[in-house]
Ligand binder design. Structure first.
Ligand SMILES: Nc1ncnc2c1ncn2[C@@H]1O[C@H](COP(=O)(O)OP(=O)(O)OP(=O)(O)O)[C@@H](O)[C@H]1O
Ligand SMILES: [Mg+2]
Length: 154
């Protein structure tokens, strides 16, 4: 199955467009978490989503629109079966080699401030990570996660 058993039935949907100001990393993280809360996730599951969204949006801010300000398009879909699909899209510089970019510790940042772990975090904290990119056109990151919910030991 293409999406590892995730339903394609959409129960609720949210769209958010933000300019790539660094303050909006926290805005995106909080808004997406608030929307996902309707599925009653465990605190740790919500923390995973916040981290993944934070990494994806930060990449738009620091890489995609490095020398400019552009729009970040976020779509969140609540799927039947306690799943969520999160899409973070930009129309920035794009990624020349997505496979290389997804490797742990890979970074094109020359400042030494970045560790090259953003995609690794997204991959580990979510159930599915897809990255599509075209140099000069932009990048789309799609992530899926299923919530077990707030049972005991969560
Ligand atoms: N939205 C994007 N647009 C353009 N390039 C991107 C985008 N997202 C990631 N990249 C490229 O992929 C590389 C790896 O991204 P990743 O998030 O894993 O690491 P990083 O951002 O360099 O460091 P860290 O996330 O640890 O601060 C980046 O250095 C950048 O070259
Ligand atoms: Mg990053």
């Amino acid at each position: 199955m293409r999406n590892k058993g995730f339903s394609s039935v959409v129960r609720n949907e949210m769209k958010l467009t933000l300019p790539s100001y660094s303050v909006n990393e926290g805005v995106a993280r909080a808004v997406v978490a608030a929307f996902c809360a309707q599925l009653d996730p465990a605190a740790s599951e919500l923390a995973d989503v916040k981290c993944a969204v934070s990494e994806a949006v930060t990449n738009c801010i620091v890489h995609a629109y490095r020398d400019s300000v552009g729009s970040i398009y976020i779509t969140v879909k609540i799927l039947e079966g306690n799943g969520v699909r999160i899409e973070v899209r930009d129309r920035g510089c794009g990624i020349a080699d997505v496979k290389a970019a997804r490797q742990p510790l890979f970074t094109t940042d020359p400042s030494g401030e970045r560790s090259g772990m953003g995609f690794t975090v997204m991959e580990n904290f979510m159930d599915i990570l897809r990255v599509r990119s075209k140099p000069g056109k932009g990048t789309v990151v799609i992530m899926f996660k299923r919530f077990a919910g707030r049972g005991e030991n969560k």
